[in-house]
Design a protein around this ligand. Structure first.
Ligand code: NAD
Length: 358
């Protein structure tokens, strides 16, 4: 199968690398508006490059396109591919506004096209373990999740990510993953979102560097996210490569606490650990005991966290076999709606109802 990658930056390079490992891919075409980005690509035999979008759109042999440009170009590129009859994988955040995201998803539905969004944490061995515990009933009904996330400023002053008009905001660019997971685990829809944000520490950001966000679900569950960018120690290099080793014990933290009616779980990226507690009743009162703890070796970090490898290979296989996306784009759109609501709540300081976001 011939596959295109639109946007040859860090994520584009990562996807190209994964694609070269797929048994279904025999040719890759990389497109970018910036010629220099294409020159930087390591060039296996099956890779071609172009700065002309028409070469992608008019090539009927290209069946699948990965949209890995900066967020502001997702809409133009994804719609062009879908309307040309291609399957598409669009990186999160789908688009920078809810109306653009809705247009992309409804175009895919109307054309009956394959469209999957880049929520690769749903392929993470760490977070799928939690889902497995939930689906087999070990945790009971999930009533509360809390994510505690502290990192360093790794965007940099020159990045498009710190510009509101290009990135959309911290929730759109980064935190959408961390509200998507609780939605997936809880299996219900959010009705209200509240974000309390302190003044920025990073004064050159046009976007917020901290969020305390609380989501209230229809059936009563609550999920909370506490995020701060800046306090953890800085490091050089791509945060997606060997970063757990680099950041372990230097102030970085990414933990979820997941509470159900029958048990609880804790995921700890930097501790490379996942735990499960089981609740029971006794004459004296409720008891909880540690029932399971799993650890993983450093070589498995990628698969336990941002597992873009399995996501890319799975998408290619699905398109090749004519199967639907693993996560429907409509589902991803609801996590994005939640992210736009969290951004709006941060801007206005009020509770935002999800049904306002359309
Ligand atoms: N799922 C994740 O965990 C994850 C992680 C990192 C990045 N991303 C997403 O991947 C996308 C790319 O991020 P990145 O880190 O590779 O950024 P990057 O800055 O390294 O690369 C972006 C590339 O897009 C190109 N580009 C910009 N406008 C374009 C256009 N109109 N047509 C074609 N190419 C264009 C730029 O020239 C650049 O090469 C973003 O949407 C980002 O949110 C997702």
């Amino acid at each position: 199968m011939k596959v295109a990658v639109l946007g040859a930056g860090e994520m584009g390079k990562t996807v190209i690398d994964h694609l070269t490992k797929s048994p279904y891919v025999n040719e890759i075409v990389a497109y970018d508006i910036n010629k220099k980005q294409l020159e930087n690509l390591s060039c296996p035999k099956i890779l071609r490059t172009t700065t002309d979008l028409n070469n992608i759109i008019s090539d009927n042999e290209i069946k699948l396109a990965f949209i890995t440009s900066s967020n502001n170009a997702h809409k133009e590129l994804t719609l062009a591919c879908l309307n040309a009859g291609k399957a598409a994988m669009c990186e999160k955040p789908i688009a920078n506004t809810v109306s653009d995201a809705e247009e992309i998803v409804s175009t895919a539905e109307r054309n009956r096209s394959f469209l999957q969004i880049g929520f690769e944490l749903r392929y993470s061995k760490l977070y799928t373990k939690v889902k497995e515990w939930i689906d087999t009933g070990l945790l009971g009904q999930i009533v509360n999740t809390h994510c505690f996330y502290v990192c360093s400023e790794f965007f940099g002053k020159k990045s498009w990510r710190i510009k509101k008009s290009l990135a959309g905001g911290m929730f759109l660019e980064k935190l959408c993953h961390y509200v998507d997971l609780p939605r997936w685990w809880i299996g219900d829809e959010v009705v209200d979102v509240f974000s309390a944000c302190a003044p920025n520490v990073i004064d050159y950001f046009e976007i917020r560097d901290n969020y305390n966000t609380i989501c209230k679900y229809r059936k009563g569950a609550v999920s909370q996210l506490s995020f701060m960018m800046a306090p953890a120690a800085s490091f050089e290099g791509d945060p997606l490569r060997n970063y757990i080793d680099q950041q372990h014990g230097d102030g970085h933290c990414l933990q979820y606490f997941i509470y159900g009616t029958k048990g609880a779980a804790e995921t700890d990226v930097f501790g490379r650990s996942i735990k499960r507690w089981q609740f029971s009743d006794s004459e004296k009162g409720m008891k909880s005991k540690l029932a399971e703890q799993l650890k993983w070796p450093a070589e498995e970090d990628h698969f336990y966290f941002h597992n873009t490898t399995d996501q890319t290979l799975d998408i290619v296989e699905r398109v090749h076999k004519g199967l639907p996306p693993r996560t429907p784009a409509k589902d991803a759109l609801e996590s994005m709606r939640l992210s736009y609501a969290a951004e709006l709540a941060g801007e206005t300081g009020r509770i935002v109802r999800i049904d306002e976001i359309n």
